[in-house]
Design a binder for this molecule. Structure first.
Ligand code: SF4
Length: 226
């Protein structure tokens, strides 16, 4: 596992849980608004896997869960084996993913290795490449459908950027994930760790209007960070 970050205690990364959060290195997207540019570029040192596992073993009576975030965790082929070691300590697992590795996700869910999945919905399908700064065809629709029917708890989340998200895109996202259990519209906060500077958040009034559009198809649509 390529791990480049460990937040030892978090009360906000997994609702209702006291977690540790592990940040894996590397991503197949390069979202200009990404806050984890150092992880995406692979600048930070690798933290040895055994150090992370030793910490989790020691804290298993205090923490109840582990969030695996990134970067994109599913790029690590040894992710299932790594999670199995953590699960065997009694932890619940939340996975943050961009949804590009459906076969890995299926492997994790079918082997009961994760308890909750949070998938980013970057934009309407037409604008996926622009929003992620990539030029590959991503099979996001199949991952969405799988998550919505796989039986484990999940959320979708979209970080709203003025330069990327229009009302039309939001209407298309509402169709794309129609009937989903939960969607969070997250406020973008610019900082020095972003991959690109000069991007703007969407204001609260507009975000509320977007949420109203989305609630017609996704009843539990919430703003996060506003
Ligand atoms: S926002 Fe997420 S998916 Fe996008 S580049 Fe950053 S880590 Fe990768």
């Amino acid at each position: 596992m390529k791990i480049s970050g460990l937040q030892k205690v978090s009360l906000v990364d997994f609702d209702g849980h006291i977690s540790a959060t592990i940040f894996t290195r590397g991503c197949n997207f390069a979202c200009p608004y990404c806050h984890n540019s150092r992880l995406v570029k692979g600048i930070d040192d690798i933290i040895p896997e055994n150090e992370v596992l030793e910490y989790l073993e020691k804290r298993k009576n205090v923490l109840d869960s582990v969030v695996i975030s990134g970067g994109e965790p599913t790029l690590n082929p040894d992710l299932p084996a790594f999670i199995k070691e953590i699960k065997d300590m009694g932890y619940k697992i939340k996975l943050d993913t961009n949804g590009t590795n459906l076969s890995m996700l299926k492997n994790l869910i079918e082997n009961q290795l994760i308890d909750y999945v949070a998938m980013d919905i970057k934009n309407s399908i037409e604008k996926y490449n622009t929003t992620t700064n990539t030029n590959t065809h991503w099979n996001i629709k199949d991952t969405i459908e799988y998550i919505m029917n796989c039986g484990i708890d999940y959320e979708f989340r979209t970080t709203l950027i003025k330069q990327y998200h229009t009302r039309e895109d939001i209407t298309k996202i509402a169709e794309l994930i129609k009937g989903a259990k939960k969607l969070f519209l997250q406020k973008f906060v610019d900082n020095e760790n972003c991959l690109q500077s000069g991007l703007d958040p969407i204001d609260k009034d507009t975000a509320e209007q977007f949420a109203s559009i989305l609630r017609k198809n996704i009843y539990n649509t919430y703003l996060r960070g506003y």
